[in-house]
Design a protein around this ligand. Structure first.
Ligand code: B12
Length: 288
């Protein structure tokens, strides 16, 4: 599908008349451009913004380029059950439904940070306990990670890239295999207006430093999933903080394994526990 919708298409998405859409465009409620012939054209991102702010129901998600939403549309409004639904889909390997649910949550107005803190993390925590209970637990865990990667990648595609935004880059340290946290951070920061460069798991601190020297980011993130020795982690983080300070970059460190740095007295870094905290910090930096 193209990146723009006609008034008629958006009317079908929303289940309203074409004249309503035209009226909303004309009074500025929906952003749109005009073709040479004077026809209204609504960018997909603007249609999604309108749906998110008005909490409008979505009747034809395929016209928005989100066919997977249809898989979960029937009961997407059953509030309070989404955590369990994501867990059910991940355990069953229902990839399209999991992707659709995450898209649906976003269309209903949830921001990326809250989808990850409140849905993905919660479901993955439960999945992390399955290996104790059932022989296929580890296979389910690997598959669930893959499904989440696809879902988050698709979510990333629903809002425009901030080509002019400040750069942020980061990853998980050498030896740390966790894919989801760094990917999640890059999408949260992209939503906040950063050009986010995810160097992914297993990225040595030295590589992060070199990337920072090259790209002079406003923000560097480190997500620590593995339980590295506290002294080693502290040393590496201190060295990175010192190296990027002259570049004008801020450092944020978080994740399960970062909790042990809390009392280290390290300066110039922000120790956060959630994507919501990360997002608040990153948005604060944009204002300074
Ligand atoms: C998937 C998974 C794996 C996969 C990873 C696949 C991959 N390539 O990504 C694999 C199979 C490789 C794996 C391996 C292991 N795992 Co594992 N794994 C998990 C699981 C189920 C999900 C992790 C995940 O991706 N979560 C989703 C992300 C988005 O959430 P999150 O990591 O919690 O991050 C949140 C916050 O921490 C925060 N955050 C994260 N980073 C940052 C950064 C900043 C700057 C900020 C502000 C915030 C922030 O925001 C996120 C969202 O809220 C967890 C379960 C759990 N309870 O976490 C176990 C878990 C972490 N694993 C565990 C274990 C034991 C292991 C192994 C030792 C198993 C083994 N015997 O081999 C190995 C160790 C690997 C290593 N080298 O460290 C244990 C750890 C126990 C402990 N003592 O901490 C857990 C908790 C499972 C359990 N309940 O027993 N694992």
């Amino acid at each position: 599908m193209g990146r723009h919708l006609t008034s008629r298409e958006l009317a079908r998405v929303l289940g309203v008349s074409e004249s309503s859409v035209k009226r909303w465009v004309d009074d500025g409620t929906i952003r749109a451009t005009r073709t040479a012939g004077g026809h209204r054209r609504i960018a997909r991102a603007d249609a999604i913004r309108f749906i998110r702010t008005t909490r409008a129901p979505v009747l034809a998600p395929e016209l928005l380029g989100l066919p997977d939403v249809a898989a979960t549309l029937s009961d997407q409004r059953s509030s309070g059950r989404e955590n369990e639904r994501l867990l059910d889909y991940l355990v069953a390997g229902s990839s399209a439904e999991a992707r659709g649910l995450i898209q649906a949550l976003y269309l209903q107005g949830e921001n990326v940070a809250s989808i990850i803190d409140g849905h993905v993390r919660v479901a993955m925590e439960r999945i992390g306990e399955l290996w104790l209970e059932r022989p296929d637990g580890i296979f389910i865990e690997h598959r669930a990670t893959d499904i989440c990667i696809h879902a988050l990648g698709q979510l990333r595609g629903t809002f425009p890239s901030a080509a002019q935004g400040p750069v942020a880059l980061g990853g998980a340290p050498g030896g740390d295999p966790y894919l989801l946290p760094s990917l999640a951070i890059s999408i949260v920061l992209a939503e906040d207006g950063y050009q986010a460069i995810n160097l992914g798991p297993n990225t040595p601190f030295d590589t992060l430093r070199r990337a920072a020297e090259d790209l002079r980011p406003r923000l560097v993130w480190v997500t620590v999933g593995s339980l590295t020795k506290a002294e080693v982690l502290e040393q590496e983080v201190t060295a990175l903080a010192a190296a990027i300070k002259p570049l004008g970059s801020s450092l944020t460190v978080g994740g399960r394994g970062a909790a042990r740095l809390r009392h280290s007295g390290l300066e110039h870094l922000h120790l956060g526990g959630t994507m919501a905290e990360l997002s608040a910090f990153a948005r604060g930096l944009l204002r300074t």
